[in-house]
Design a protein around this ligand. Structure first.
Ligand code: MG
Ligand code: MG
Length: 236
């Protein structure tokens, strides 16, 4: 899983360097395909329930699951990139939101708070702590910044499949959940909206946007719990 994580980190680096006004989301997918091919890794996104690309590209008010294509990035946009890789049967999964050129102060604050909420979640991933303390930490940071956490889509355990049980909510679901143990690996992935938490799925059957049209950001890492604490496998 460390090896899969390193490939995912490389995809994040390569796509981040390619983001600029005028580039299409389809071109970012091509960049990601190049990394997978160069590393001999397989895509866990391509053909997942029929998904047609190796990354998800979700601009502005789109939260997750956007399909790369002819959409041209414009100055002032933010763009969320979700990506993954399989190496010898083991999965990695990560996401980030990046600015396209100069963006609004609100967009900067939203991205910063969302990334900080992810790291607050990582910090509590110690053996013996409870799973849902992750979501409580994420939610605390996001809401203190004046934003809301998406409820409908959540993080997940990950291993020989991308999405394994249990789910990892980005909010306190009302109970503490199971104990974290060394050897557990989770994809923690706060989706944070500048407005309300409600979501709408578009007619393409994939793209998920904020119900109120507000901006949304998404940061994710694959994190192993070790006896020494959290090890972030997809750290760039
Ligand atoms: Mg992901
Ligand atoms: Mg994920």
């Amino acid at each position: 899983m460390r090896r899969a994580g390193r490939v995912v980190a490389e995809i994040m680096d390569a796509t981040r360097r390619a983001i600029r006004p005028g580039v299409t989301t389809g071109e970012l997918d091509t960049v990601a395909r190049g990394v997978l091919e160069a590393r001999g890794a397989r895509s866990n996104f391509l053909n997942y329930h029929g998904f047609p690309a190796v990354i998800c590209t979700s601009p502005n008010s789109m939260i997750v699951h956007g399909i790369p294509g002819d959409h041209v990035l414009a100055e002032g946009d933010i763009i969320s990139i979700d990506c993954g890789a399989i190496v010898e049967g083991y999965h990695g999964d990560a996401a980030y939101t990046a600015p396209v050129g100069e963006v609004s102060a609100l967009a900067v604050r939203l991205m910063e708070a969302t990334e900080r909420s992810l790291w607050a979640g990582v910090d509590v991933m110690q053996p013996g702590n409870r799973l849902h303390e992750i979501g409580r930490a994420v939610q605390g940071v996001a809401e203190a910044a004046g934003f809301s956490v998406v409820r409908k889509y959540v993080g997940h355990a990950i291993g020989t499949a991308m999405h394994e049980e249990p789910a990892v909510p980005n909010y306190w679901p009302g109970d503490a959940g199971p104990k974290l143990k060394a050897g557990n690996v989770f994809a923690v992935e706060p989706m944070v909206n500048a407005g309300g938490p409600d979501t709408v799925e578009l007619a393409d059957g994939w793209s998920v946007v904020t119900a109120d049209g507000s901006l949304s950001a998404h940061f994710e890492h694959t994190i192993a719990i070790t006896d020494d604490g959290p090890e972030v496998l997809t750290r760039p």
